[in-house]
Design a protein around this ligand. Structure first.
Ligand code: SAM
Length: 277
């Protein structure tokens, strides 16, 4: 599995070039597209088109080839194979046939964007492309929001404004977002700010909407906001406690406010202990 540049050809690694020169067969997502890259590095290994949705013949050809002792590499149009790109079925089939698969690591838009965003990177969730329709997109975003870690998404130029607008609907206007456009290319641009700031940046110039995008959404709520939400939830618990047990009041308040039940329960216990003193 050989990673190739996501924009800047100079990001092609020496090992990627050597590997592609040495294999007898290169499976490529789009052979015409990859021809330019390969010609640039005087790589003339035979090419074969490969898609996960193409019939299983391509997998069979590749496996037969590998089983006869030959070598093969898979490349995608850009970046790392299998990252929102074909390859999964091939890797699976190769492993099931007892064939070892090795990565030749290199560029990927996920890691490139995450490495410069300035958002928490210890835990992140890569969700690739969101659904094309707004209702499905918002539903997916709601599910992803539950994970409370930095969210990394891919987006195309014609949907970037609609997607960022849906992020505003689901996460709120003030959620922090990072947009990375055209990474490693001539018109590379970044925008870090609230969802409103990033929408304003996109809409301020139609050129800002052009090209390829990675969108990062901060997963956790800002500290001040978290405290405010907890305070509001505790107020709800206080009212519900006039009629309900602590456990029931916390469960209901958690559902009403979205504050985690365990967190709210501990805070409510502390609140009642303090009131009892
Ligand atoms: N396999 C690739 C990788 O490792 O990043 C991703 C392929 S996916 C089909 C293409 C999407 O990746 C684009 O629509 C865009 O969201 C993102 N992408 C790829 N290259 C990019 C770049 N130079 N700048 C920003 N986003 C990029």
């Amino acid at each position: 599995m050989v990673a190739t540049p996501i924009g800047n050809l100079a990001d092609m690694s020496e090992r990627a070039i050597a590997t592609l020169r040495s294999v007898t067969l290169i499976a490529a997502e789009d052979t015409r597209h990859s021809k330019t890259l390969l010609q640039n590095y005087q790589i003339d290994s035979r090419m074969l088109a490969y898609h996960d949705h193409s019939d299983s013949r391509a997998v069979e050809v590749l496996l037969t080839h590998l089983q006869s002792g030959e070598s093969a590499a898979l490349i995608s149009d850009a970046g790392t194979p299998l990252i929102s790109d074909p390859g999964y079925k091939l890797v699976r089939a190769a492993r099931e046939a007892g064939i070892e698969v090795f990565p030749v690591p290199g560029p990927s838009a996920v890691t490139a964007a995450l490495s410069v965003a300035g958002l928490p990177s210890d835990r992140f969730l890569f969700a690739g492309f969101l659904p094309a329709k707004s209702a499905a997109r918002q539903q997916t975003l709601r599910e992803l929001k539950e994970h409370q870690c930095t969210l990394v998404l891919y987006e195309s130029p014609h949907r970037i404004v609609a997607s960022v607008s849906d992020i505003a609907t689901v996460f709120g206007d003030s959620q922090e977002v990072f947009l990375a456009r055209e990474i490693s290319k001539k018109f590379e641009a970044h925008c870090l700010g609230t969802v409103s700031d990033c929408l304003a940046w996109l809409e301020s110039d139609s050129n800002n909407q052009r090209g390829e995008f990675v969108v990062l959404v901060r997963g956790d709520v800002a500290e001040g906001q978290q405290e405010q939400e907890l305070a509001a939830a505790l107020q709800t618990v206080r009212v519900l406690r006039e009629e309900l047990s602590l456990k029931k009041a916390v469960a209901l308040a958690s559902r009403l406010t979205g504050v985690r039940k365990n967190l709210l329960y501990d805070a409510a216990l502390t609140q009642e202990a303090e009131q009892g003193e």
